[in-house]
Design a protein around this ligand. Structure first.
Ligand code: SAM
Length: 260
């Protein structure tokens, strides 16, 4: 009775569950947060590690099922809530870093990750099951076809690492896409200095919305060709060849930035 609108595909492959837990390596004394626990495939092994665990589940029927199933576990708190507007930072005690895990509902995975990126100062790392296509885009390097806005933004906030692929047959019901596990580790220090994240994000979005064009053309409302050249960047390149550091430079010198 999986609910499609909640993106429910339940993991049942024990070797995959084992590999996820081996990568996560939860330990006593740590504070974990699971997003979308569903029927509890990852929840039980997380609890058995002795770690403190908060889970956030939107489906109320699953929430009451989880509460019954794990009634004996005093290290668990079940939150009946929408992860998209859940205040994750409020879970962290002073000085504590959260470890976040989830087999995410794919229909909301990108906005959910951007929501979580707002609280990275209290996050140790995040281990997510996502569509493989999305993991490939998150981890893509300049020059790759998959390199885009998601790569640039995620890599600004986090070190990104594809851990392993997960085939559709590992789930019930079987999804139409290949999945993969990614580890996102927030940088202790930002890799580049970006004074105005909002205008940076707008410039990156603009550059990739016309990814076949050279940046001389696609960014002409942001920065003049001569300025691009003065920054030591080839204005005839396309967005897919521009590194995070170069985007940061372009943004710092763009009109949108100087005129506010
Ligand atoms: N973790 C389970 C597993 O691996 O079998 C379930 C994964 S299933 C792909 C996604 C889960 O996220 C479902 O339990 C679904 O009800 C829940 N969910 C969907 N949207 C959500 C939201 N906005 N906030 C919190 N949980 C959500």
């Amino acid at each position: 009775t999986a609910r499609k609108r909640f993106g429910q595909n339940f993991l049942h492959d024990h070797s995959i569950i084992y590999n996820i837990l081996a990568s996560a390596h939860p330990q006593t004394g740590e504070h974990w947060v699971e997003i979308g626990p569903g029927l509890g495939a990852l929840t039980l092994p997380l609890l058995e590690s002795g770690a403190k665990l908060d889970v956030v589940e939107l489906d109320r029927d699953l929430v009451s099922r989880l509460q019954k199933q794990f009634a004996g576990h005093s290290n668990l708190t079940v939150h009946s809530a929408d992860a998209l507007n859940f205040d994750f930072a409020a879970l962290a005690q002073a000085g504590e870093k959260l470890r976040i895990i989830g087999n995410l509902p794919y229909n909301i995975s990108t906005p959910l990750m951007f929501h979580l990126l707002e609280t990275t100062d209290c996050v140790e790392d995040m281990l997510f099951m996502l569509q493989k296509e999305v993991v490939d885009r998150i981890c893509a390097e300049p020059g790759s076809k998959k390199y885009g806005r998601l790569s640039v933004m995620m890599q600004y906030y986090c070190e990104t690492e594809l851990l392993f692929d997960v085939p559709p047959e590992s789930f019930d019901p079987i999804p139409q896409v290949m999945s993969a596990i990614v580890r996102l580790t927030p940088h202790a220090q930002p890799p580049v200095n970006i004074p105005d994240l909002k205008s940076f994000s707008q410039l990156v979005t603009q550059a990739f919305s016309q990814r076949r064009k050279t940046i001389r053309n696609s960014l002409k409302n942001f920065i003049a060709e001569q300025q691009i050249i003065d920054l030591g960047i080839d204005a005839n390149l396309r967005a897919e060849s521009i590194s995070l550091a170069e985007f940061a430079l372009l943004s710092a010198h763009s009109q949108a930035n100087t005129t506010g």
